[in-house]
Design a protein around this ligand. Structure first.
Ligand code: GLN
Length: 538
C-alpha cells in the first residue's frame, strides 16, 4: 500500500476567506492528476455536530450517505472532488472531548490525569489517521476550521505539530490561507496581517510550507519576496489566490498558478498528467451564458444564503446543463400573504420551497404553492416543501381547511403529515432524525422516473415527519400522483400532480447529491421546465 500524505490547511487574519473551497479545489486538481484524495474537516466548536445548531449561526447542515450531520464544507468537497464523504470526514472538538470523557468514565485511562496534551490531541490524531485508513487515500487534506489565534483551535494546531513529528518531512505539508488586502488610501498591498498571522502559527510550533494569499490583484514579485522573508517561506511558495467570480473558477486559477504542481513537488510525488479540461470547459462555457431564468426560493432563512448552500449550488449545476443562468429570487414566506403573493411571485418562472423546521412562515409557503399550482408555474418542494404541498392540496382541492402537519398543529383533525412511527419514542434532539441515504422506488411514466431515467434511486434524508398514508386514496383520486415510495411501500418519498406541467415534491434532499460533474436530475428538469415556462412568457 502507498504511504498516505497529509496536507493541513490553516486560516489566518479573517474568516470567510474560503478555506473550504481552497481545500476542495486543491483536492480536485490532485484527483485530476490521478491521486486518490479525501478531505477531513476539523471543527473547533464544542457541539458534537452542527445538527442542533441554528442555520443562522452555522448555515446548512450537510448530510452524508451514512447519515452524519456535518459542516457545509463537506458539500463543497463532494461537489468538487466528486467523491462521497462520510462521518469520518468531519470531526468536532465536541466529538473529541465526548470520546475522551467516555473513555475516562470507563476507566480506560487507568487512573491517569486526563489532559488536553496528550489525551485530547491523541484522539484528534487518531481521527486524522482514520480518514486515510478508511478511504485508502494517498492524500488526505485536513481543513482546520476557524482562524489561527482562536483559543478553540489551539488543541488542533498542537495535534498537528505532534502529528508532523511522527512523519517524514515530505509526508506532510502546512498551507496557510491568508489575506493580503489592498489599502486604497496608501495605494498599497499590505503584508502585515499575514506576517502577524504566521507569527501566531510559528509561536505554536507550526511553520507553514506554503502561503495561499487571498487578494484582489496579482501579487507583484516584491510583495511575494517580502512575505516570504518575514514568514520564513521561499517566495515561490507564496501563491496568489485571486478573487474570482464563482467558486468553480478557483481550481482553474490554482491550476494556472501551478499550486497543485508545487504541492506535489513538496510532497515528493510525481506530477502526473493533469486531466482537468472537462471542468475548465464547463466553467468557461457557463461564464458566457446570457439567458436568465428567475426562480423563487420561498423559505425562512432567505437573508442567509448559506442556510441553503447546496440548493444554490445545485441551481448552478442545473443551469450549466440547461445553458441558462438561474437568477434566484429570495422570498421570505413570513412576508407573503394571500393578497401579496402575486406581487412577490409575478416575475418568476419556477418556485421552490426548501426544507425547514417549525411553524414560522408556513402559511406563506402554502400561499406560494397555491400560486404555483393554480398558475401552472413549475414547482419543486423539498422535504418540508413536499409536506406543505400535500397540506395545500388537501386544504384547497379536497376542501379540508384544517389540514396540517402535526409538527405545526398537533390537534388538527386532518393530520396529512405526521410523526414517523420510529420517531415517536425519541426524546433527544441530536442525531435522532431519519438521516442519510435510503432507497426509493419510482413509478414508471412519472416525471420523477423520467428525470432519473431509472426506477430505483437512493437519496439522503433529514426529517422526522412523513406523509400520512390514510389520505393517499383521496388525494390520488383528486390528481396527486405518489411517484416514489420506500421499497416496503410504507413511506411516500415523492409526489407530483397530474394536471400540471411540472409540480414535484420529494421527502429527501436531492440538492445534497448535485455535482458540477453531473447536475441532480430533479434540479436539471426543474430548471428545464422553468426555462420552458419563460420561453412561453416571452
Ligand atoms: N420539519 C420537517 C420534518 O422534520 C421537514 C424537515 C426538512 O425539511 N428537512 O419532517
Amino acid at each position: 500500500m502507498k504511504k498516505t500524505k497529509y496536507i493541513f490547511f490553516t486560516g489566518g487574519v479573517v474568516s470567510s476567506l474560503g478555506k473550504g473551497i481552497a481545500c476542495a479545489s486543491l483536492g480536485l486538481l490532485l484527483k485530476s492528476r490521478g491521486y486518490e484524495v479525501t478531505i477531513l474537516k476539523l471543527d473547533p466548536y464544542i457541539n458534537v455536530d452542527p445538527g442542533t445548531m441554528s442555520p443562522y449561526q452555522h448555515g446548512e447542515v450537510y448530510v452524508t450517505d451514512d447519515g452524519a450531520e456535518t459542516d457545509l464544507d463537506l458539500g463543497h468537497y463532494e461537489r468538487f472532488i466528486n467523491t462521497n464523504m462520510a462521518q469520518y470526514n468531519n470531526a468536532t472538538a465536541g466529538q473529541v472531548y465526548y470520546e475522551v470523557i467516555q473513555k475516562e468514565r470507563r476507566g480506560d485511562y487507568l487512573g491517569a490525569t486526563v489532559q488536553v496534551i496528550p489525551h485530547i490531541t491523541d484522539v484528534i490524531n487518531e481521527k486524522i489517521e482514520l480518514v486515510g485508513q478508511k478511504t485508502g487515500s494517498e492524500i488526505v487534506i485536513v481543513e482546520i476550521g476557524g482562524t489561527v489565534g482562536d483559543i478553540e483551535s489551539l488543541p488542533f494546531l498542537e495535534a498537528i505539530r505532534q502529528f508532523r513529528l511522527g512523519k517524514e518531512h515530505e509526508d506532510t505539508l502546512v498551507v496557510h490561507l491568508t489575506l493580503v488586502p489592498f489599502v486604497a488610501g496608501a495605494n498599497e498591498l499590505k503584508t502585515k496581517p499575514t506576517q502577524h498571522s504566521v507569527m501566531r502559527l510559528r509561536e505554536i510550533g507550526l511553520q507553514p510550507d506554503m502561503l495561499l494569499c487571498r487578494t484582489d490583484r496579482l501579487l507583484p514579485q516584491g510583495v511575494k519576496d517580502k512575505i516570504g522573508l518575514f514568514c520564513n517561506v521561499s517566495a515561490n511558495s507564496v501563491i496568489d489566490a485571486l478573487d474570482v467570480k464563482t467558486i468553480y473558477e478557483v481550481p482553474v486559477q490554482y491550476a494556472d498558478e501551478g499550486f497543485d504542481q508545487l504541492v506535489l513537488k513538496k510532497l515528493k510525488l510525481p506530477k502526473n498528467e493533469l486531466n482537468f479540461s472537462g471542468w475548465r470547459d464547463k466553467v468557461e462555457r457557463y461564464s458566457k451564458v446570457e439567458k436568465e431564468v428567475n426562480i423563487a426560493i420561498c423559505g425562512k432563512y432567505v437573508s442567509l444564503h448559506d442556510a441553503y448552500k447546496s440548493i444554490t449550488e445545485a441551481f448552478i449545476h442545473a443551469g450549466m446543463e440547461n445553458n441558462v443562468r438561474v437568477n434566484l429570487k429570495w422570498v421570505s414566506t413570513e412576508e407573503i400573504g394571500e393578497q401579496s403573493v402575486k406581487e412577490y411571485l409575478k416575475d418568476v418562472c419556477g418556485i421552490l420551497v426548501p426544507g425547514g423546521f417549525g411553524e414560522r412562515g408556513i402559511e406563506g409557503k402554502l400561499e406560494a404553492i397555491h400560486f404555483a399550482r393554480e398558475n401552472m408555474i413549475p414547482f419543486f418542494g423539498i422535504c418540508l416543501g413536499l409536506q406543505c404541498a400535500v397540506i395545500e392540496f388537501t386544504r384547497n382541492v379536497l376542501g379540508k381547511k384544517d389540514a396540517n402537519s402535526t409538527e405545526f398543529n398537533p390537534d388538527t383533525k386532518n393530520p396529512v403529515i405526521h410523526l414517523m412511527e420510529t420517531q415517536k419514542s425519541i426524546k433527544r434532539l441530536g442525531g435522532t432524525m431519519r438521516l442519510g441515504s435510503y432507497p426509493c422506488n419510482l413509478y414508471a411514466g412519472t416525471k420523477a422516473s423520467q428525470a432519473y431515467g431509472m426506477n430505483e434511486i437512493n437519496e439522503r434524508h433529514r426529517h422526522r415527519y412523513e406523509f400520512n398514508n390514510s389520505y393517499q386514496k383521496k388525494l390520488a383520486r383528486a390528481g396527486m400522483v405518489f411517484s416514489g415510495l420506500s421499497p416496503d411501500n410504507k413511506l411516500v418519498e415523492m409526489i407530483e400532480l397530474k394536471d400540471h406541467p411540472w409540480f414535484v415534491g420529494c421527502q429527501f434532499h436531492p440538492e445534497l447529491k448535485s455535482r458540477l460533474a453531473k447536475a441532480h436530475p430533479l434540479f436539471r428538469e426543474f430548471v428545464a421546465a422553468a426555462n420552458q415556462f419563460s420561453n412561453k412568457l416571452n
